[in-house]
Design a protein around this ligand. Structure first.
Ligand code: C2O
Ligand code: CU
Length: 485
């Protein structure tokens, strides 16, 4: 007899090249979420970022330096660490090497005031070379977040303009260690040691362009020491512009304790599908001294080891694994009884269909397909009119402040789309393809032909982007915004 899991995995296979298994929703761990901590005013933490080209030899580049674009000298990725209640004051100075290469910072997953959201034209003027902009806000949620450019994202993020934002204040008791694992590919030609194309026609109209180098924290399968037999927090962040991973841990027990930065009742990690921009916080029982465990991506066709963990020192814990949960978030609960419903349909444009259907688009040009449009994707039939933001379309919807909404998200395409909402987080209610525990998320992975329902309270006034986080899709039309008034 098929178990529920086999059934779910089997259903998820249909129509996709990859199998997307779902993690079990059955709780095995008994400890309950903590109450949220009270928000008290903290310190002001000032950082100065200079977006610039820097020749950096990440360990994965095998001794070569590449002309990365980064926010700061020194360590990549930069990490900002705050306590809940602290105000971040981040100055962004643009020293990018190209005329008219404007930039900005979007604080991904942070429910902040609209004018701090970093979307050029929509909420701020793009920061031109030589100019500066000051971001100032108090993040309302503790957890694991990240930040990235929202201008020419395919190239700027492709070259490294991103960082990690951690807001402390969500633990109920200390873990034995706390590590960040930023997962992404690098679009690098290994022969020449140069960046390869960040945007390809084939990628934009299909599943996106994959990088040749798979990395964690800029290294290939790095060895990460963990306190032996400790309960170790791992903040796993997929910042790849394209790749959907199926994350698992081998040779250690691991639980998911947060999704997109926000606490969930701990449940066992089996395989978790993580699209671009998605995060999970894991607690892993580290191996004993000298023994190894592995973080893997099990997406077909090939299992890839992303990082390995080696136990160090005297054993920290002897009791059975029952990880400490985090503290609940303070996201307002949507009222499902009086929620208004809106539908969003994600599908290809006519030009996108033509390119996607072309036998082999490698080396194909728009001209040879008799297509002049660079728009391959739409939301509710409307494409973003330009890769850039300079020509703003009307909003996809106007929402009333404090009203609850249920969005039905329908993917009418053969590719996956991680759909990201700015300024809010939504609660996943149900899906016709994947079985996942109810949770909050700012980015929801929609499988091919999947229909999912999400709900949230439109409590944050302003114009908020709503887009696919496969950056080539975003920049070829699958982007829009809604207005909360
Ligand atoms: Cu992380 Cu509008 O994006
Ligand atoms: Cu997409």
């Amino acid at each position: 007899m098929l178990t529920r899991r086999q059934l779910v995995a089997g259903v998820a296979c249909i129509g996709t090249a990859a199998a997307f298994a779902a993690s079990s929703a059955r709780p095995r761990y008994t400890r309950r979420l903590g109450a949220p901590v009270e928000m008290i005013n903290g310190e002001t933490v000032a950082v100065h970022f200079t977006a610039a080209e820097r020749a950096i030899a990440l360990p994965c580049f095998d001794g070569r330096s590449l002309p990365m674009w980064t926010f700061a000298e020194g360590e990549w990725p930069p990490v900002i660490r705050l306590n809940l209640g602290d105000r971040l004051e981040a100055t962004l100075e643009n020293r990018l090497p190209r005329a008219e290469e404007s930039t900005s910072i979007h604080w991904h997953g942070i429910r902040l005031p609209n004018d701090q959201d970093g979307v050029p034209y929509l909420v701020q003027a793009p920061v031109q070379p030589g100019e500066s902009f000051l971001y100032s806000f108090i993040p309302p949620d503790a957890g694991t977040f990240w930040f990235h450019t929202h201008c020419n994202t395919v190239e700027q993020l492709g070259r490294g303009l991103e960082g990690i934002l951690i807001v402390d204040g969500d633990t109920t008791e200390p873990y034995d260690s706390d590590n960040v694992l930023l997962l992404r590919d690098w679009q690098v030609d290994l022969e020449t040691g140069q960046f390869s194309d960040f945007y390809t026609l084939r990628g934009a109209a299909r599943a996106g362009t994959y990088g040749a180098l798979r990395t964690a924290n800029g290294a290939r399968n790095p060895e990460i020491p963990l306190p032996a037999s400790g309960d170790c927090r791992l903040r796993v962040i997929n910042t790849d512009p394209t790749r959907v991973m199926q994350i698992g841990v081998e040779d250690a027990e691991a639980a998911i304790v947060a999704i997109d930065g926000l606490a969930v009742q701990p449940f066992p990690l089996e395989l978790w599908s993580m699209g671009p921009a998605m995060r999970i916080d894991l607690v892993l029982r580290a191996p004993s001294e000298g023994k190894f465990a592995r973080l893997v991506d099990k997406s077909p066709p090939k299992r890839v080891e992303l990082a390995q963990f080696v136990g160090k020192g005297a054993p920290r814990r002897k009791t059975a694994f029952n990880p400490a949960p985090l503290r609940a978030s303070r996201i307002p609960e949507p009222n499902l009884q009086n929620a208004e419903r809106l539908n969003f349909l994600f599908r290809a444009s006519d030009a996108g269909e033509v390119i996607s259907a072309a036998e082999d688009t490698l080396g194909t040009t728009l001209g040879s397909l008799c297509i002049s449009s660079k728009i391959f994707w739409t939301i509710n039939g409307l494409p973003w009119p330009d890769g850039d933001h300079a020509r703003l379309p009307p909003p996809l919807a106007v929402l009333r402040r404090e009203q609850s909404y249920i969005f039905t998200l329908t993917n009418d395409s053969p590719f996956v789309h991680p759909i990201h909402i700015h300024g809010h987080t939504f609660k996943l209610l149900r899906s016709n393809k994947q079985s996942r525990p109810q949770h909050q998320a700012d980015t929801l992975l929609l499988l091919p032909k999947e229909q999912a329902e999400v709900a949230f309270v439109a409590d944050n006034p302003g114009d908020w982007m709503f887009h696919c986080h496969v950056i080539e899709h975003q920049e070829s039309g699958m982007m829009g915004y809604f207005r909360v008034i």
